[in-house]
Design a protein around this ligand. Sequence first.
Ligand SMILES: CC(C)(COP(=O)(O)OP(=O)(O)OC[C@H]1O[C@@H](n2cnc3c(N)ncnc32)[C@H](O)[C@@H]1OP(=O)(O)O)[C@@H](O)C(=O)NCCC(=O)NCCS
Length: 217
Amino acid sequence: MVQCTMAIAMNVSVPSLCRCDSFDGADGEPGQGCERLSVDGEWVVIRPIRPADTAAHRAFLGRLTPEDLRFRFFSGVREVPEEQIVRFTSVDHESETALIAVSEASGETVGVARLALLPAHPEGEFAIVVQPGMKRKGLGTELMRRLVAWARAKGLGAMIGEVLADNAEMLRFVRHLGFQLRHEPEAPEVVQVRLPLAGPGARPVTGAFVCGRREGL
Ligand SMILES: CC(C)(COP(=O)(O)OP(=O)(O)OC[C@H]1O[C@@H](n2cnc3c(N)ncnc32)[C@H](O)[C@@H]1OP(=O)(O)O)[C@@H](O)C(=O)NCCC(=O)NCCS
């Protein structure tokens, strides 16, 4: 069991102690500890992914809709290859991090967000998926907030990503998080999104998610 401090201002009662079964992670580093929070009344633990999560991750991907899979993987995959799932859960948390949200009641993975350092350091590329049924409850924001904290701790200048142009949900989501959107005429099917973390355009990351309303992520 790992002790976790809850540092998020939410309008729910949150204990300062959480269970992160036998996880032995680097608690205390931004984005690398585990935290327990109530998402619309359901207790969820957010923590770094680990190899033991492979089966749960396979099941999580299996619960996504075909459209969510297309939005995440940019193709009409029906099933993610096993070696890719293994790679998704074997993360060094140095050059790449991936955080999962696990439902305390079911033990199921209900969301994941990852950020990989790019060779053109200091930028990192992110991806995120939240399970149907858990969307629009603030979980995606909480995952992103922790990725941003990790990216800042790594000294990254920006978080970047690519979003399919017909993914209106995601484009609205990132726009409200402060990402800049860029459409490139030569690739109209993809929108480049970028969150500056340093220099002009950078925004604070200390805000709180309160009742579905964000303040200065
Ligand atoms: C994009 C995605 C990650 C967002 O996750 P999420 O958990 O729904 O995100 P949040 O709940 O934090 O925020 C989503 C919206 O719900 C709103 N919301 C949050 N809590 C709410 C609540 N209690 N009541 C009503 N609305 C709420 C937020 O304000 C936000 O609104 P906005 O999009 O207009 O800014 C999710 O829709 C998803 O997994 N999409 C499919 C995969 C995908 O497209 N991934 C991108 C490829 S990298």
